[in-house]
Design a protein around this ligand. Structure first.
Ligand code: CAA
Length: 380
């Protein structure tokens, strides 16, 4: 595996780094305080071509590789994990779902809007009774003429409310379990579809997390994604790419924690010398840096494999598992390095701590990653 980025990837890194400093850093604190969705920043991301990085130019995307897209999430998340997850769900779970599983008509009708940033995407899989056990979902879809009638609800849906298009999983044949699930494209304004309660979260403020409700929702049959019965596979295979995105988001949080800690440890003096020169914290910083580097290698290895179209389910789960835990541990240590100040909102590390936790939960908990990994270890 080549561990150096190409010219094109380096250009993406610089562009997103500059964008994040100029457009996102100034709004981070307000977004955290008010929980306001960063609509203006997302619009600018669309103008810069960031909402469809791995989508071919033919469908209005930037036509770049998957690694370039992961670089973008990583760079955004160093400044704001909120903006990182907005892009990750939109691209990995929505635009990619249509690109890989949609028919030509769906691709031409919808992908340019997603890739250009006119449409934001959301992914409706999780339900109150079906979180880790995603195949246990209860939302039903019944075909009536040229429509499917959907009934049920989904929870914890990232981007809901702000999104224009939702990929929704519902059962057409409940008796068939995972093989009875279908995927649907549900557009905002669909009769019978509404957005419910918005969650008040510990962190990732500014990222909408809402319930979505289907009450006799009328979805045109032409919006069936793939075939009936293919929904679960569509969800799982897109989550593979999604998990590399969350690994990159986690990596961004961990890198930010390390960066803030190094800056603080160099300037803060106690006992007559910088705290970073004292062995207790010097060792902690060394462990943080090693953890960040390991998370980076796992994340970019999985991204590289996906770029090369190699199967990477195992590597995606390893990256997501390790990087999310690295983010959490690095955020905890970053607070420790900052001492009492780290526990206040004067420094950003307490936000990193609140943002990091969910990375161990969404797109498959750490326990689910271990389950997926163990299946690969035994079967491959
Ligand atoms: N690609 C393609 N197909 C796959 C697949 C993959 N990666 N993984 C599984 N499948 C297929 C299997 O091959 C199988 O089909 P066959 O019977 O034809 O072989 C079918 O799917 C069922 O697979 P399993 O028997 O492994 O399914 P399971 O029910 O035992 O377990 C699970 C699956 C791994 C536990 C799965 O339910 C899972 O990943 N759960 C976690 C749910 C999750 O990640 N939710 C995320 C919500 S979205 C989100 O969080 C976004 C956000 O807000 C940020």
């Amino acid at each position: 595996m080549n561990l150096t980025f190409t010219e094109e990837q380096l250009m993406m890194q610089k562009m997103v780094r500059d964008f994040a400093q100029k457009e996102i850093a100034p709004i981070v604190d307000k977004m955290d305080e008010t929980d306001q969705f960063p609509a203006e920043a997302v619009k600018k991301m669309g103008e810069l071509g960031l909402m469809g990085i791995p989508i071919p130019e033919k469908y209005g995307g930037a036509g770049m590789d998957f690694t370039s897209y992961i670089i973008a999430i990583n760079e955004l998340s160093k400044v704001s994990a909120t903006v990182g997850v907005i892009l990750s769900v939109h691209t990995s779970l929505v635009a990619n779902s249509i690109y890989y599983f949609g028919n030509e008509e769906q691709k031409q009708r919808l992908i340019p809007k997603l890739a250009g940033g006119d449409y934001l995407g959301a992914f409706g899989l999780t339900e109150p009774g079906a979180g880790s056990d995603a195949a246990a979902l209860k939302t039903k879809a019944v075909k009536k003429g040229d429509k499917y009638i959907l009934n049920g609800s989904k929870i914890f849906i990232t981007n809901a409310g702000a999104a224009h298009l939702y990929i929704v999983f519902a059962s057409t044949h409940p008796e068939a379990g995972p093989k009875g699930i279908a995927a649907f494209i549900v557009e905002k304004g669909t009769p019978g579809f509404s957005v419910g309660k918005k969650e008040k979260k510990m962190g990732l403020n500014g990222s909408n997390t809402c319930e979505i409700i289907f009450d006799q929702a009328e979805v045109p049959a032409e919006n069936l994604l793939g075939a009936e019965g293919e929904g679960f596979k569509i969800a799982m295979s897109n989550l593979e790419a999604g998990r590399i995105g969350i690994a990159a988001q986690s990596l961004g949080i961990a890198e930010a924690g390390l960066q803030h800690s190094l800056e603080y440890a160099k300037t803060r003096k106690q006992f007559g010398k910088p705290i970073g020169a004292q062995q207790g914290l010097a060792f902690m910083l060394s462990d943080m840096a090693t953890r960040v580097e390991a998370a980076k290698l796992l994340t970019y290895r999985a991204a590289h494999m996906r770029t090369m179209n190699q199967p990477c389910g195992k590597e995606a789960s390893m990256a997501k598992l390790y990087a999310s835990q690295a983010a959490m541990k690095t955020a905890i240590d970053a607070i420790q390095v900052h001492g009492g100040y780290g526990y206040t909102k004067e420094y950003p590390v307490e936000r990193l701590f609140r943002d990091a936790k969910v990375c161990e939960i969404y797109e498959g908990t750490s326990e689910i990653q271990r389950l997926v990994l163990s299946k690969h270890l035994i079967q491959d």
